[in-house]
Design a protein around this ligand. Structure first.
Ligand code: KG4
Ligand code: ZN
Length: 355
């Protein structure tokens, strides 16, 4: 039995959790910065790292006291080492280093994307996993299609060549004047809309397992924003690029529904095809966008394979998924040096951890 503290600060959530055996959540605290970033319509790195500094010790202390454990009872301290925003990551990493040093516990630098994968190990009741499984990670920063052949072993089949799926939701949300983040707000307005009212392109309908979302984003932009014309064109164009004006005759509900329909079509088609081609036993979807109900439903409809997704509160960033991933790495004898460095770019591969 392991007891692991997981710390996550790669983007806009300061989070910590205590997880038993990689599967059972003992405590899970998430301090979201959404309200802070909503004001700007997006995440500002400088604002994010400052907020992490302010929140981190309270969040970690709360996770420890909710779990009712003290540091001597921990088997390891895990922290997101990357990928993510450098200033934000450093806050978690430095805090974890300090804890590891003072408590003399092993420190494990964990890949954030792998954390999302292991959020699937935290569903209750836990069902054993039969490898290989096809994993689709869809978050604000990443869209990755992976074949997971064993614990910690990933074959990358494809990913986005431009915007991440969540990023596309956030950008379209901003065009529609919806609050940040776009994903959940587009899902909410889409429920009241007609997905057939617009026909947005399903880009990259090819044999590859790569995705592209910038084409849909541009198509939505053309449809919903004011098109400058006449003598003032260049001046107005400059202004519209800065902050596009939403046309008054646009139905936000219909655009949301049609956009969500297009994005989920693209994600589901390639994921189902890859799962079949690679003989996966199951499809796993993880990351913020995996909270989307239409994505979940379409995936189930489109594939004969079982589909797993995390409970809603574990789709977006949290410390529990980091602690869970660390449990499985600890079994393999992995731990980091106290001088571990931030890794802002760090793809999942067959050898994600070189130890
Ligand atoms: O995994 P996450 O918390 O952060 C990253 O690691 O990037 O994902 C956040 C992303 C945001 O882009 C947000 O708009 C999207 O997940 N998201 C959703 C939904 N809930 C969150 N997208 C679509 N539908 C949702 N219900
Ligand atoms: Zn994430």
């Amino acid at each position: 039995m392991t007891t692991i503290l997981g710390i996550e600060s790669s983007c806009d959530e300061t989070a910590a959790a205590v997880v038993l055996d990689g599967k059972t959540i003992s405590s899970n605290i998430v301090a979201s910065q959404i309200d802070l970033h909503a004001e700007f319509g997006g995440v500002f790195p400088e604002v994010a790292s400052r907020a992490h500094v302010e929140a981190i010790s309270t969040v970690v202390n709360q996770a420890m006291s909710d779990a009712g454990v003290d540091y001597s009872q921990l088997d390891a301290i895990a922290v997101t080492q990357g990928p993510g925003l450098v200033g934000s990551l450093l806050v978690g990493i430095n805090y974890a280093k300090g804890l590891a040093l003072t408590t003399n516990k092993p420190l494990l630098g964990i890949n954030h994307l792998e954390g999302h994968v292991y959020s699937l190990w935290l569903t209750q009741p836990f069902r054993e996993v039969q490898f290989p499984v096809l994993v689709l990670i869809v978050s604000g920063g990443h869209t990755e299609l992976l074949l997971m052949t064993d614990h910690g072993v990933y074959q990358r089949l494809g990913g986005t060549i431009d915007d991440a799926a969540g990023e596309a939701f956030d950008k379209v949300g901003r065009m529609l004047d919806l609050p940040f983040p776009g994903g959940p707000n587009i899902e909410r307005t889409a429920r009241l809309g007609n997905a057939n009212a617009y026909d947005f392109p399903r880009a990259k309908r090819d044999e590859s397992y790569d995705f592209s979302f910038s084409g849909i984003k541009t198509a939505v932009m053309r449809e919903v924003t004011v098109q400058p014309s006449g003598a003032n064109r260049s001046k107005r164009k400059r202004r519209s690029e800065k902050r596009a004006q939403l046309r008054s005759d646009v139905s936000v509900n219909d655009v949301s529904a049609a956009f969500q329909d297009a994005v989920t079509d693209i994600l589901v088609e390639k994921t189902a095809r890859a799962a079949k081609a690679y003989g996966a036993t199951e499809i796993f979807i993880a990351g913020g966008v995996s909270a989307n109900q239409m994505l979940r439903q379409k995936m189930r409809k489109h594939s004969e394979l079982p589909v797993r997704y995390p409970p809603l509160n574990l789709c977006t960033d949290n410390g529990a998924m980091i602690a869970s991933a660390a449990h499985f790495r600890l079994q393999e004898g992995y731990h980091s040096d106290l001088d571990l460095e931030v890794r802002t770019m760090w793809p999942l591969s067959e050898k994600t951890y070189d130890f």
